[in-house]
Structure formats: structure tokens, C-alpha cells
Design a protein around this ligand. Structure first.
Ligand SMILES: *[C@@H]1O[C@H](CO)[C@@H](O)[C@H](O)[C@H]1NC(C)=O
Ligand SMILES: *[C@@H]1O[C@H](CO)[C@@H](O)[C@H](O)[C@H]1NC(C)=O
Ligand SMILES: *[C@@H]1O[C@H](CO)[C@@H](O)[C@H](O)[C@H]1NC(C)=O
Ligand SMILES: *[C@@H]1O[C@H](CO)[C@@H](O)[C@H](O)[C@H]1NC(C)=O
Ligand SMILES: *[C@@H]1O[C@H](CO)[C@@H](O)[C@H](O)[C@H]1NC(C)=O
Ligand SMILES: *[C@@H]1O[C@H](CO)[C@@H](O)[C@H](O)[C@H]1NC(C)=O
Ligand SMILES: *[C@@H]1O[C@H](CO)[C@@H](O)[C@H](O)[C@H]1NC(C)=O
Length: 355
């Protein structure tokens, strides 16, 4: 719960953050028009039969983060490439490596490998910088230093020069469910790396980028939260509209919800499983995994104050490090905020609009 303490002032501005805010139906978010996740491959050395590359995922989204169980990145090799070794990550499957007689065998021989991050606590000799956070990727507004993730891959049976290497194709990014669409890999200017003492600059032998954008519509057809309202001068609470995120017994996902008064609630929930991407919600008239309640506490000419309460109805999620995005015409002059951090993420910084 927190209470923004505001002065009336014009301007579109917004505010803290939440995992999934229902905003648009396309791969374009009006609240974060430039947001994307960029995947960069830097070839740092050529080997006898291929190359070693550092693959970096940068989250350039203001408020959308990837929470546990984390990202997974897939692609399709253009030729008969093989992954000899990965540091700071692993493929989910090895595939059929029987054509290789080497010992140890390759890490992965699949035509379409899927890589996931390693978990925190991985031994140091299997780590590289920015790896091993269990696939968690913060957003720029929340924690820019943890908005990057990386692993190093040794590829064989590929080209060994920048003319013979073929770029991997059909990238997929799961977070962990659907939602992201990735474009084709594009060769870009080789990345320059500065040594820690800043006295020398080295550069990648070859670099390509892939950009992935998020679409709420691809992730989930129904909204993930609804808003209820109340005010100090009226006892009536205006609840979330019925069927905001689905209707009981008739939800587009599954229609299933859990009655909180059911006996043995804990065992019911655990038998339905913690895994799965679709939320497992408590039965309510709105069927939303999240309810945001906006209570007007004070309303003076000079300022107003609201208390916002966020309630989780999803038995499958504990929502750590969550954020909530609120768009409000007065939020560029938030004078006081209790209990929470906030950041203003103005996509239309210079446009003033009175309301
Ligand atoms: C990805 O996001 C970055 C940072 O906002 C932006 O500079 C870049 O143009 C975006 N890329 C694409 C392809 O939209
Ligand atoms: C490949 O390398 C050559 C020489 O090192 C360089 O001139 C050329 O621009 C590179 N091409 C690409 C696509 O990186
Ligand atoms: C990549 O995806 C496109 C469209 O789905 C498909 O036509 C193509 O065959 C795929 N390429 C590979 C190498 O799988
Ligand atoms: C490629 O990605 C890197 C890292 O995300 C970024 O700094 C660079 O601007 C991108 N290059 C292009 C041409 O998009
Ligand atoms: C309180 O709000 C409800 C719903 O908006 C309205 O119907 C009712 O008349 C209000 N009561 C008073 C005393 O203003
Ligand atoms: C959420 O946290 C509670 C208490 O720590 C734990 O019992 C429960 O299993 C967690 N649920 C999920 C879905 O992780
Ligand atoms: C925000 O409020 C402060 C203190 O009330 C005031 O001095 C300042 O001018 C306001 N800023 C804007 C942009 O309205």
C-alpha cells in the first residue's frame, strides 16, 4: 500500500510498475514505445571449426521485467552447427550427438537449441559476467544493472570467418510464456569493449543483433489486473467490473478458479500445480489475478492523496519485485510517496496535455 501525495498539475506522466499491465494488443506499448529486448552475439574468437561468442540479452523495457522461472532463448541453426560448450548457461536438451566421437561429447547437437540461464550459486568456473541469475531480467526503471543477462557459447561446424558464418534464424524468447516476437538477426558494427582500466579498447570479430518486442495480446488474451475504486466521502466501493479478466466457469483460458473457502485449500492448490503459465486464480466476480484498489483519502484544492492496495489472487505466483504502472495527469508532481519507490517514466516527456 502506498499513498501518493500530489499537487494538481497538467502533463501526462506515469509511475511505478507492474509485471503485466494491460495496455495494448500489438507488439507496441504506448507506455513504453521504445521498449524491447535486444540479443547481441559478439564473436570474440575464431576456433578451428567455428567460433566463441558472448550472447548478451539487454532489457530496454522501462517497466516490464522477466521474473522466475526466467527467460529461455531458442533459435534454429542455419547449417549443421553444434554447441561444444556453454559458460553461464545451458541448453535444455542435448539432442542426438551420436555423430561425434569426441570425449567429452558436445553440449548440444540440436538443430533448434533452447538456452536457459544457470541458477545463482553456480560454481565460479562456470560463470561469466551477468550470468547465473536464474533467467531473471530486471526492467530499466527498476534495476538497470540487472537488466542484462549473458552466456558464452562455443560453436563448431560453422564458418570460421565473417564471410562463411551463417547467422542463426528464427529466434524465440520465452519469458517464460509467450509474448515476445523476435526479428531476424542483423549484422551490426562490431562491439567495442573497454578494458577495466579504460586504457585499451578491444573489439568483437563480428556482431549481430536480434530485437524482440512484447505484445500483451500474444502473452494472454485477457487482462491481468482490474481496478476498483472508493473515496472517503462515500461508503460505496465500486468493484472491478464483473468478468474483467474472464467469467467463472467460462473463462477463455480454462474457466477454473479456486474457491477460497474450499476445505484443504492448500492441497487443492498444490494438486493443481505450481507450474503452468495460466494463472490459477481465486474465485471472484472479476477473475483477475491482480486487483488494484484506488482509494481517495483526501481531496483538497491544493493536493489530493490516494491509497493504492494491490491484491494477488493468483495461487501460482508470489510476485516478488513487482512493479505497478499508473498513468495519471497529475503524476509529474508527486510530492510524497509512502512505502514504495517510484520512478516517472514519461514516454511523451515534452508533450504537455491539460486535463
Ligand atoms: C530497442 O530499444 C532501444 C532502447 O530503447 C532503442 O534504442 C532501439 O532503437 C530499439 N530497437 C528497435 C529495433 O526498436
Ligand atoms: C569481415 O572482416 C573483414 C576484414 O577483417 C572486414 O573488412 C569486413 O568488414 C568484415 N565483414 C563483416 C560483415 O563484418
Ligand atoms: C523460420 O521460420 C519460417 C516461418 O515460420 C519458416 O518458413 C522457416 O523455414 C524457418 N527456418 C528455419 C531454418 O527453421
Ligand atoms: C545492438 O545491440 C547493442 C546492445 O544491445 C546496442 O548497444 C547496439 O546499439 C545495437 N545495434 C544496433 C544497430 O541496433
Ligand atoms: C455513493 O456512490 C454511489 C455509486 O457511485 C452512488 O450511487 C451513491 O449515490 C453515492 N452516495 C452518496 C451519499 O453520495
Ligand atoms: C509463495 O510463498 C509461500 C510462502 O513463502 C509458499 O508457501 C508458496 O509455496 C509460494 N508459492 C509459489 C507459487 O511459489
Ligand atoms: C511541483 O510542486 C512543487 C511544490 O508544491 C512546486 O514548487 C513546483 O513548481 C511544482 N512543479 C510543477 C512542474 O508543477
Amino acid at each position: 500500500m502506498f499513498s501518493p501525495f500530489l499537487k494538481p498539475c497538467p502533463c501526462i506522466l506515469l509511475f511505478l510498475l507492474f509485471t503485466l499491465f494491460y495496455t495494448s494488443t500489438e507488439a507496441y506499448d504506448p507506455l513504453d514505445p521504445n521498449g524491447n529486448i535486444t540479443i547481441k552475439w559478439d564473436i570474440i574468437s575464431w576456433t578451428q571449426d567455428g567460433y566463441v561468442a558472448v550472447v548478451t540479452l539487454n532489457n530496454y523495457q522501462q517497466y516490464r521485467h522477466i521474473s522466475p522461472p526466467g527467460w529461455s532463448l531458442g533459435w534454429t541453426w542455419a547449417k549443421k552447427e553444434v554447441i561444444w560448450n556453454i559458460v553461464g548457461g545451458q541448453t535444455t536438451e542435448q539432442g542426438d550427438c551420436s555423430r561425434f566421437k569426441s570425449s567429452p561429447p558436445p553440449h548440444c547437437c540440436k538443430k533448434d537449441p533452447t538456452v536457459v540461464d544457470l541458477l545463482p550459486g553456480t560454481p565460479y568456473n562456470q560463470q561469466i559476467a551477468n550470468c547465473c541469475r536464474g533467467g531473471v531480467l530486471s526492467s530499466l526503471a527498476q534495476d538497470p544493472t540487472n537488466a542484462v543477462s549473458a552466456f558464452q557459447v562455443s560453436v563448431g561446424s560453422s564458418g570460421t570467418t565473417n564471410k562463411t558464418v551463417k547467422l542463426p534464424q528464427n529466434f524465440t524468447l520465452k519469458a517464460p510464456g509467450p509474448g515476445y516476437t523476435c526479428g531476424p538477426a542483423k549484422i551490426v558494427k562490431p562491439t567495442k569493449f573497454r578494458t577495466p582500466d579504460k586504457r585499451r579498447v578491444t573489439q568483437a570479430h563480428m556482431t549481430w543483433n536480434v530485437t524482440c518486442t512484447y505484445s500483451q495480446f500474444l502473452a494472454q488474451k485477457t487482462p491481468t489486473c482490474c481496478v476498483s475504486l472508493s473515496a472517503f466521502y462515500n461508503e460505496t466501493v465500486v468493484p472491478c467490473p464483473t468478468c474483467s479478466c474472464g467469467c467463472q466457469g467460462n473463462s477463455p483460458q480454462s474457466g477454473s478458479c479456486v474457491d477460497p473457502s474450499a476445505p484443504h485449500l492448500a492441497s487443492v492448490v498444490s494438486s493443481l500445480g505450481k507450474n503452468g503459465i495460466t494463472p490459477l486464480v481465486r474465485c471472484t466476480s472479476h477473475m483477475c489475478p491482480i486487483r488494484v484498489h484506488w482509494h481517495v483519502k483526501l481531496n483538497y484544492k491544493e493536493y489530493w492523496r490516494v491509497k493504492v492496495t494491490v491484491t494477488n489472487f493468483n495461487y501460482r505466483m508470489n510476485y516478488s519485485d513487482w512493479n505497478l504502472v499508473i498513468q495519471h495527469p497529475n503524476f509529474d508532481n508527486l510530492t510524497q510517496l509512502f512505502s514504495f519507490n517510484y520512478d516517472s517514466i514519461s514516454p511523451y516527456g515534452t508533450i504537455s496535455k491539460c486535463g
